[in-house]
Design a binder for this molecule. Structure first.
Ligand code: AMP
Length: 193
């Protein structure tokens, strides 16, 4: 199964992806997680990406497309994958389309988690507080001010990815403001259909 989860930061893509990974035995490919790992490891990509990530901007298409191209060819991705946080621009969506067709692969679904953006800052503040309470590291970009920049990047560059898939008849929109379980059920219904 190959699936894309779309939606602004804080929409719940990561939460749903984690559940789908367990349910379907597929891998979650989060470019954000991969970039954070590169930053932590101090790789050349990490060094390039660090400042732009901390400011809430987008890392270059070239870098993230390269990461995904390599990652989808690894053995554990053969069974299927969920893309979480990629594609974030139309150029990335076009590149993905090219990569998949070259491999003879098709997407099973593209799901947008539609949310009320005015509620997202509260969600992100909660995510940071929950992480801190659990003794986990708090993401530097889960800060209300940086979050506004991330949301602006979403509205400027990523919002256009949704119509890209809509035009291809691949898009399903789900209400991401529903409780987590209800969103999960809605996603399962799409995948079963
Ligand atoms: P995320 O964990 O998906 O919220 O991503 C965290 C940060 O990593 C984003 O704010 C961007 O700076 C960067 N990033 C992650 N995925 C991408 C992508 N597909 N294109 C560009 N930048 C990305």
């Amino acid at each position: 199964m190959r699936l894309i989860l779309l939606g602004p930061p804080g929409a719940g893509k990561g939460t749903q992806a984690t559940r789908l990974v367990e349910k379907h035995g597929i891998v979650q490919l989060s470019t954000g997680d991969m970039l954070r790992a590169a930053v932590a490891a101090g790789t050349p990509i990490g060094l390039q990406a660090k400042a732009v990530m901390e400011s809430g901007g987008l890392v270059s298409d070239e870098i993230v497309i390269g990461i995904i191209r390599d990652r989808i060819q690894e053995p554990d991705a053969k069974k299927g994958f969920i893309l979480d946080g990629f594609p974030r621009t139309v150029a990335q969506a076009e590149a993905l389309e090219g990569l998949l067709s070259k491999e003879g692969l098709k997407l099973n679904a593209v799901i947008e988690l539609k949310v009320d953006q005015t509620k997202l800052v509260d969600r992100i503040v909660k995510r940071a507080a929950d992480a801190q309470a659990a003794g986990q590291p708090v993401r530097k970009d889960d800060d209300p001010e940086v979050f506004k920049t991330r949301l602006a990047a979403y509205n400027r560059d990523t919002a256009a990815v949704t119509p890209f898939y809509g035009a291809r008849g691949q898009l399903t929109v789900i209400d991401g403001m529903l409780p987590i379980d209800a969103v999960a059920q809605a996603i399962d219904a799409v995948l079963a259909g």
